[in-house]
Design a protein around this ligand. Structure first.
Ligand code: TXA
Ligand code: MG
Length: 542
């Protein structure tokens, strides 16, 4: 379908209103983020939203109105509690969604199996004009593809949903930049399910006691129910990997500068920019959370547009005021991964990596002789396949055939499923890498408790798995291709074709050497290898 690009002029609002009354989908500007609107009273129209976004159908939608009276006029709630009225008087029109007991007119497509419904009266004049003109309440989630950052411009909506929806109204940049605060009055005391432009402090001033859902600041444990279904999904993610970095100004800048700067973008404060040598995108001044919220989603999208960038380091806000909403979105964009520079590790972690056959093993042994503990990532990867939650996720992702009759993982079958194409390999990695990282961190702590102060993490996929971000120093071991081939043939007793396919599947030497602090070039005899390793041992004061 062709997506019409409309303005907020009266004739365009009329066109959009007509599309909505006929069951169509319209991208609607609001002061929080752009919404994807459909007639909230028409189940079939609403189901189109889920298809266009690729959204899980158990994630309920917010119903948007243009006047408080619409709630009773359209029978949207079975009860309009006094505290909800108080909230409406104080914060509407504005970025607050109030969850109330659901009325009979709401079709199941809007709220799934819940007996409550979220209602919001937006402040954006264009949104209110559209709802008024359409003469119906509008169900609207954020107008992004499920999982990606919410749109704050019509252009963002177009880039996610062009050709999948009937029209978009361009109403300028969204002012707040983060989705509305969601509060439920179905609990006692009322509870914030999602923080946004109206802060917890604002709400407590009006209502007194207000609780905060556990899911706002922390990851839900497996099997735990989210009061707000949307909070359980990974969200707001660009394609590059996002890390939230907690620490002071100098610590943040020197941490980012110590990374591979050409592949890195820092989402930082304006004040940081002169001190950073990586790519940078400013969120706003350090103390200006309003501007940071306004810019956040746009900045996450921009990160993907910088050539060669694979990693995004974002400054971690505190959780006061609007900071809570920023933190809530960022921690989800980062898949709950925080690099805490304030919590100094008490051991030095040395990453050891390189292509197969280069001689990592020999270097590991020399480092072990010098008093380091050596952790083998391949062994940890094997252990990860025995973790029950990992097994369940792998079975769901691939097939029940990867499980042996005794419940263990059949690694051969798994390999044949997971290495058949790039997408399957990525799926495997997205499941196993976080488990491997957790197990590895446990092992490091265990070795530290045993008295080791230098730990070597021997990992062929140190960078791909993200474990390099844990390391203070990285050693890459490389060797010419012919030498590596000869070594694998002897070491692993495999055919030349098998050895070559292994070598070809790996990155070239530059990939490792450009990212490492130390490079060992294992291109002659063992004595030469020893010499280079000893130099590193001296430099690291092992
Ligand atoms: O600012 C906003 O709220 C934007 C604009 C378009 O209004 N909309 C928006 O919608 O962010 P969406 O669908 O992306 O997020 C709605 C959130 C989800 O986390 C959902 O689970 C929660 O609100 N929600 C909706 N109805 C609910 C209900 N009855 N009970 C609990 N949570 C609910
Ligand atoms: Mg959303």
């Amino acid at each position: 379908m062709k997506t019409l690009l409309l303005t907020t002029k009266q004739e365009d609002i009329k066109t959009a209103a007509q599309i909505l009354r006929r069951g169509g989908l319209v991208g609607m500007p609001t002061e929080t983020v752009y919404g994807l609107a459909a007639n909230a009273l028409d189940g079939q129209a609403v189901s189109g939203i889920f298809t266009a976004k690729g959204r899980p159908s158990d994630n309920p939608l917010i119903v948007h109105i243009s006047a408080i009276e619409d709630i009773e006029k359209f029978g949207l709630v079975s009860q309009f509690p006094e505290n909800a009225k108080l909230l409406a008087e104080n914060f509407w029109p504005g970025p607050l969604t109030i969850i109330m007991p659901k009325g009979d007119s709401i079709p199941k497509e809007v709220t799934g199996t819940l007996n409550s419904v979220g209602i919001r009266l937006p402040a954006h004049a264009g949104a209110r004009a559209l709802i008024r003109e359409a003469g119906i309440p509008l169900a609207a989630p954020s107008a992004n593809l499920s999982g990606s950052p919410s749109p704050t411009t019509a252009q963002h909506v177009l880039s996610d949903l062009d050709g999948k929806i009937h029209a978009i109204i361009d109403g300028g940049e969204s002012d707040v930049g983060l989705e509305s605060t969601v509060i439920t009055v179905c609990t006692n005391p009322p509870m914030v399910l999602r923080p946004g432009g109206i802060t917890l402090e604002d709400l407590r001033e009006v209502l007194g006691e207000v609780a905060l859902s556990d899911a706002v600041l922390e990851k839900l444990r497996d099997g735990e129910e989210a009061a707000s279904p949307g909070m359980k999904y990974k969200h707001y993610s660009p394609k590059a990997k996002v890390y939230l970095v907690r620490g002071g100004d100098d610590e943040f800048c020197s941490y980012v500068n110590s990374q591979n700067i050409t592949e890195t973008v820092a989402l930082c404060y304006t004040e940081d920019i002169p001190h950073l040598s990586s790519h940078t995108i400013s969120l706003g001044d350090k103390s200006d959370y309003g501007t940071q919220a306004h810019n956040l989603f746009s900045a996450l999208r921009q990160a993907d547009e910088i050539e060669g960038v694979t990693t995004v380091f974002v400054r971690c806000p505190d959780t006061k005021g609007l900071g809570m909403a920023l933190f809530n979105r960022l921690i989800r964009a980062a898949g709950f991964e925080i690099i805490d520079l304030e919590q100094k590790p008490s051991y030095t972690l040395i990453g050891l990596t390189g292509p197969t056959g280069a001689g990592k093993g020999a270097v590991g042994m020399l480092l072990s002789d010098a008093g380091c503990a050596v952790v083998d990532a391949d062994k940890i990867a094997h252990k990860a396949l025995t973790v029950p939650e990992c097994i369940v996720k792998l079975t769901d992702a691939f097939s029940a055939e990867i499980i042996n009759p005794d419940g263990s993982v059949n690694r051969k079958v798994l390999a044949s499923c997971a290495f058949k194409d790039e997408a399957s390999t990525q799926l495997l990695n997205s499941i196993t890498h976080p488990v491997i990282l957790t197990l590895a961190k446990e092992e490091f702590e265990h070795l530290f408790a045993q008295g080791y102060r230098h730990i070597v993490f021997d990992a062929p996929t140190l960078f791909e798995s993200g474990s390099h971000t844990l390391c203070q120093k990285i050693i890459a071991v490389t060797a010419p291709r012919e030498l590596r081939l000869a070594r694998i043939l002897i070491r692993d007793g495999i055919t030349e074709a098998q050895a070559l396919s292994r070598i070809n599947a790996q990155k070239d030497s530059d990939f490792y050497t450009s990212r490492a602090d130390f490079v060992i070039s294992n291109d002659s005899d063992l004595e030469h290898l020893k010499c280079q390793t000893e130099r590193i041992i001296r430099e690291l004061c092992l």
